[in-house]
Write a protein that binds this ligand. Structure first.
Ligand SMILES: [Fe+2]
Length: 205
């Protein structure tokens, strides 16, 4: 079964890529945290699923291009063809957890009825190694529940209708748990408005 078939049938797939492609994003992350981004690179923060979780969205073309390049220059480029045959990168962010986060309910990223399965995707990969007590990802497919473990050089790409939740997590003092998140969606005009509304609702206003 190809990854595209697996994504269609099970609403998720896994990809692997060379970890060196993360280096420019690691540098960008350090600059963002250190407050020394070049002026063409901007990020804005919005609260994630819990106050200890923050989404730092790339809000300038140059910043988004760094996330795009990580895709296009690695095996992760396949994600754009897995989602609806031909998709584009709509948004990207660093998902940062600092401190403890409790258990969450399962959710889907694009629950709206106007958005069918197969036209949106979220891809996640760890920026740095995940070690206890960082939590991983609980996944649910029908009545089957399973755990996805974040590993460097591996990514999970799941459909907007795929049920998932971050695990209970802790992070030791001064250690941040960081994921890279890419929001991928079809170019199909029929869904563009509804998809953009979801993205806008997550982005800082
Ligand atoms: Fe989610």
């Amino acid at each position: 079964m190809t990854r595209a078939q697996h994504f269609k049938e099970h609403l998720y797939t896994e990809l692997s890529f060379k970890a060196r492609h993360l280096s420019p994003l690691r540098r960008l992350y350090r600059q963002m945290r250190g407050g020394c981004l070049g002026e063409r690179f901007t990020f804005e923060a919005s609260e994630g699923l819990h106050p200890n979780m923050t989404w730092h969205y790339a809000t300038s073309p140059a910043a988004l291009a760094k996330f795009h390049r990580c895709l296009s220059e690695s095996n992760l480029a396949e994600s754009l063809s897995i989602v609806d045959g031909d998709s584009r990168l709509l948004a990207a962010c660093f998902v940062i957890v600092e401190g403890d986060t409790p258990g969450q309910d399962f959710h889907v990223d694009y629950g709206q009825r106007e958005i069918p399965a197969g036209v949106t995707g979220t891809m996640l990969t760890p920026l740095m190694a995940f070690e206890a007590p960082f939590g991983h990802l609980d996944c649910r497919e029908g009545s089957r529940e399973f755990e996805y473990r974040y590993r460097i050089g591996e990514a999970i790409l799941f459909d907007g209708k795929f049920e998932h939740r971050p695990q209970v997590a802790g992070s030791p003092e001064r250690a941040a748990r960081v994921l890279v998140s890419w929001s991928i969606a079809t170019e199909d005009e029929r869904y563009r408005f509804a998809i953009q509304r979801v993205i806008d609702s997550q982005m800082p206003s």
